[in-house]
Each structure stands twice: as C-alpha cells, then as structure tokens.
Write a protein that binds this ligand. Structure first.
Ligand code: AMP
Length: 444
C-alpha cells in the first residue's frame, strides 16, 4: 500500500507537527533502522506466537501505523496517533496491548479501550480477542442498547481487557459492577468522534478513575480541538505519529454528481448497481429508513443502519451487507462510525456531510487496507455552494457529474472552463478540518 507518513515526536499542544512528509518518514524519536526496514512484524519486536497468528490470518507486512506505533506501545510509552479509518490502527494497539498487559481480576480489568459506537467496540473486541487468546486473556465489550446480564456475568467472571462505550461504562461504574483502579493501559479510539458525540466529559471522568501511572494511547483522525485537551491532560510525553494515506488517485476517487432533487434516488440506485457494495450516507434516521424502502422499490436490495434500530437489527443489517445479500447499507453518520466491511466499492453521500471532517470519516469506509474505492456526493441545485466549499476545504479538484464508474457527463454551469475532470484528491486528511456547517448536524 502506498502511504505517506509524517511523523515527529511532538507533544507541544495540538500543533500539527509533522516534521516532514514523505513516504514512510519516521519520527526523530523512532528507530529508523528498525522501523523503516521492518519487513515483518518480527522486526517490530512482536513475539513469535503473535507473528504466527498474523501469518495464519494472511497478515505479514505491517501497515505504516503499525510499524510506527507497535514498538512504542510495546515499550510502554504514551502514543498520540493521528490515523484515518482503514489505516490498520486497531491492530496497531490491539496486538501490543495483548502482548504486554497484566491479568485483571473479577470486576477489575487491567486494560480498557474506549470507543464511540457499539459496532466499533464489537469489532475491536473481536480483533483484540484473537491476540488476547494467545495469552489466555479475556476480552469483553460493553455498550448500551442491550441487556446488562451478559456484561455483568462476564465482569464477574473476570475481564482482562474491557472494550467500552463511555455511557454504558459509566452506568456500570455507578452500579458498582466494575472498578477501574487496576487499569494500566487505556486506549481512546476515534477520540475525535467521541468528542463530536459529546462524550469527552465522560471520557475524562473515566480516565480519572484509572491508575495514575497508566499507559495512555490515543487514536484519532484529528488531534486538534477537544482531543488536544485529552493529549495535554492525560498523556505523559506522548510520542506522536501522523499517518496519512497517500493521495493515490487510483485508491480513492471523489466525484460530485449534480442531480435534481427528485432524481437522487434513481441516481443512487444506478450508482449502487454499477459500483457494487456501497455505503450510502444520509442525515437522519427517518431518511435512512425512507431511502432503504425507495432503493428496494428501485430493485436495489438495501439495509438501514441507524441509532433507532435495535442492536439485533443493526447486527443483522451489517451481516447482510458483509455477506453480500444486500448491496447497499444506508447509514447515518454515528451508526456507521468505525465499522469495517471489507471491499466496500463505493461511498455515496446521499445527503452531503455536515462538514469536511464528516466527509473524511464517511469516505473512509471505502478504499480501506490499500484497496481502491469511489466516493460520490449527490449535489442538488441548492447545494452547489456547499459542495464547492467542501471541495475547497478538502483540497479536491472540482469533479462534476457522471456516475461510477463511467466518465463525467455534465458540467457545472458555474465552472464551465473546468469541464469534466477525472476524480482526484490531494490528501483530505491533511486539510480542511473546519466545521462551519455544524448546524447541519442532526441526531443519527
Ligand atoms: P482498521 O483501520 O483497524 O479498521 O483496519 C482496516 C483493515 O485492515 C482491517 O480489515 C484489518 O484487518 C486490515 N489490516 C490491518 N492490518 C493489516 C496488515 N498489516 N495487512 C493487511 N491488512 C491489515
């Protein structure tokens, strides 16, 4: 996979302190001889039993975030890692955590991973579980929307690594069902989204209950704003790594498809039919259900994923999409946060995202783990200005009309000179984080 890594040992508050940007550039703190030449996980000091499990899963070469973070996590230092979705960050913290973590006791885990959504918590627990098994460590995920029974039983039996959404974890703490005094390694995953969802006060209260000498690992698509506070208050001299996926135009293409409002569903159905497995983002829960039905009427099997759905319904929707029995997953932002599905060919912004940051998060559902993917935004007549602003913030060159994968058919009247342009991208991860249209946000 082509990747750009800009890295520097920086913990000066929140400054984007990439020292340099070039392929696999290491931080001055890193050990270049080890990391830049790491051909396999063994070069990163990963014990043989873990290397073997990876090998059996077909994973032999570390992704950049793994090459950078694993040695630090194994060495016990705090890490702040700016890494986009799909960069392999789950393994980057799961594996070394499973290597170094001490055993917990009943109701007293020794490791804690905080994640914004149940889907992400489940995925992390699954991945961590594979490595934890090697040492007989027990992993359990706790989140709201499901009964307490199985979670209480697991805690009572003993959980070494607790993967948790903050709300349910605080409930369990208040009930006296879990104590965090023994927690010696904490991972805050998708910290920016935890902040966006209003979870930061809870995250801070939770961190305050863990051991003072704990190791704190923080992963986030951005390390600015509120996340900066977490870094400054809860990390000790963290090593900072910035990992950006290279702007290889073959990897992720971006298109802005100009359609009349009434034609959006037909357009969306056509794109899904041409592209294959597609995640379609909408703004509201109601909108997700409606589009799900409309796509079905147009002959495109879809499933909806949003916060009003029960855990069982959400899991069924994900399973149907993963197995290919439905082609489209219609999702709201929050519900889709952090989920990973292999081989998502396309992401459609049926409703434009609230801001550039959401565009990046949504789009990151495709083109994962080095695969290619297409991102299509449907833009209705009243949204031209908004789309243009997004393109500017993201550093995307203007791309108009067309559908995936055919070429462009329409030219935006405001920019006739540009004409049809092939999708291109200049690394949105390094640009435009502003949230000027936050007012567009709705519950999802
Ligand atoms: P993540 O960013 O953690 O959601 O990971 C994205 C995808 O990359 C997941 O399907 C991982 O299983 C996969 N992955 C993680 N590390 C590697 C690796 N070193 N080689 C190949 N695939 C990987």
């Amino acid at each position: 996979m082509l990747a750009r890594v800009a890295s520097g040992r920086k913990y000066v508050l929140g400054l984007p302190v990439a020292t340099e940007v070039k392929d696999f550039q290491m931080s001055e703190h890193s050990k270049p001889s080890v990391r830049t030449h790491a051909r396999g996980f063994a070069d990163l000091n990963v014990p043989p039993a873990f290397v073997e499990v990876l090998r059996r899963s077909g994973i032999s070469k570390p992704m950049p975030v793994q090459a950078l973070a694993i040695p630090d996590v194994l060495a016990g230092v705090d890490v702040s890692c700016c890494a986009p979705t799909g960069s392999g960050k789950t393994l980057a913290f799961s594996l070394p955590m499973a290597v170094t973590l001490a055993r917990g006791r009943a109701r007293r885990p020794s490791g804690l991973v905080l994640a914004p959504t149940r889907e992400l918590a489940t995925q992390i627990a699954d991945q961590l579980g594979v490595f934890a098994n090697i040492r007989g460590l027990r992993v359990h995920a706790v989140f709201g929307g499901v009964g307490y029974g199985p979670q209480l039983n697991a805690l009572q039996r003993g959980v070494d690594v607790l993967v948790a959404c903050p709300g349910r974890l605080e409930d369990l703490i208040e009930r006296g069902d879990v104590f965090l005094d023994d927690v010696s390694i904490v991972v805050v995953d998708e910290a920016d989204r935890l902040a966006d969802m209003g979870f930061l006060p809870a995250v801070r209260r939770i961190l305050d209950r863990t051991r003072e000498d704990r190791q704190t690992l923080l992963f986030s698509a951005t390390l600015d704003g509120d996340v900066r506070v977490l870094v400054s208050r809860y990390q000790r001299h963290p090593t900072r790594h910035d990992v950006n996926i290279d702007d290889d135009p073959m990897r992720m293409t971006h298109k802005f498809h100009y359609v009349e409002h009434d034609a959006r569903v037909a357009s969306c159905a056509q794109i899904v039919s041409e592209a294959g497995a597609t995640i379609v983002f909408v703004r509201t829960r109601h909108g997700a259900d409606r589009l799900d039905r409309q796509l079905a009427k147009s002959g495109v099997e879809a499933a909806a994923l949003h916060g009003d759905r029960s855990q069982g319904q959400r899991e069924r929707a994900l399973r149907a999409f993963r197995s290919g029995s439905v082609r489209a997953l219609v999702a709201t932002d929050v519900a889709a946060r952090g989920i990973h599905v292999d081989d998502v060919a396309c992401v459609i912004h049926f409703d434009l995202p609230a801001d550039a940051k959401d565009y990046i998060h949504r789009s990151g559902r495709t083109a994962r783990a080095g695969a290619a993917g297409a991102v299509v935004s449907l833009v209705t007549p009243g949204q031209h200005g908004t789309a243009r602003q997004l393109q500017v913030e993201l550093g995307l060159s203007l791309v108009l009309g067309g559908s995936v994968p055919s070429e462009v058919s329409k030219t935006h009247p405001a920019d006739p000179a540009r004409g049809p342009v092939r999708a291109s991208r200049s690394n949105p991860h390094r640009r435009g984080r502003s949230g000027s249209r936050a007012a567009n946000r709705t519950r999802s």
